[in-house]
Design a protein around this ligand. Structure first.
Ligand code: GRF
Length: 190
């Protein structure tokens, strides 16, 4: 069995999709959920699926205690789903090529420090972009710069406000993240 950990800071709608997709999967299991926000929606997702969850702080990412949690649960891959803390270098090295992130734009456009959530969609809106989309990529030491694994785009309408852009992009995330995780892991371990 390949064990995955989901890291999320927010509502957890991607985490919900991923947990549902892998609930009865033959070789991939969501074994732990990590958040840095005590009131994050993802904690409810963890209890719905009976998955152990941990609330951690920035310090735990650097002092080895988060790594220890992941080792206890024999975690092979880390899936970031709206996780807002930067992953420290030591952590990236430990899980080299085994951390995936999803970003709500067509990277390299609208990525980097401070570009997350509604900030991304507002910038896309301001620039009157005709398309947006989402990117699934490997994580390295820099925000949003790891190797791109998968992208999907959506057409934007002139009337789309940032909220509508966010909705369209989130739909793509829900549609593609789980199967991209599955394909990536299976190609990695086979
Ligand atoms: C998604 O748009 C994701 O791309 C971004 O944060 C959002 C998370 O949404 N990194 P949710 O918490 O999964 O609902």
């Amino acid at each position: 069995m390949v064990n995955i950990a989901i890291f999320a800071s927010g509502g957890g709608s991607n985490a919900l999709e991923i947990c549902t997709y892998f609930e009865n999967h033959p070789n991939i299991k969501v074994s732990v959920i990590i958040t840095n926000k005590p009131n994050a929606g993802v904690i409810g997702v963890a209890s719905k699926f009976n998955i152990p969850s941990y609330i951690i702080g920035k310090k735990n990412m650097e002092d080895g205690s988060l790594i220890a949690i992941l080792e206890n649960h024999k975690i092979d891959f880390v899936i970031l789903a709206g996780f807002l803390l930067l992953i420290p270098t030591m952590f990236v090295r430990q899980f080299e090529n085994r951390i995936l992130n999803i970003h709500p734009s067509l990277l390299p456009a609208y990525g980097g420090y401070g570009m997350y959530g509604h900030f991304v969609h507002e910038a896309v809106y301001k620039n009157k972009e005709k398309i947006s989309g989402m990117t699934i990529h490997l994580v390295n030491e820099k925000y949003d710069e790891g190797r791109i694994i998968f992208q999907a785009e959506c057409a934007l309408d002139v009337h789309d406000k940032p909220e509508q852009i966010a909705e369209k992009v989130l739909k793509l995330e829900h549609k593609y993240y789980s199967q991209t995780i599955e394909n990536y892991i299976n190609s990695f371990v086979s």
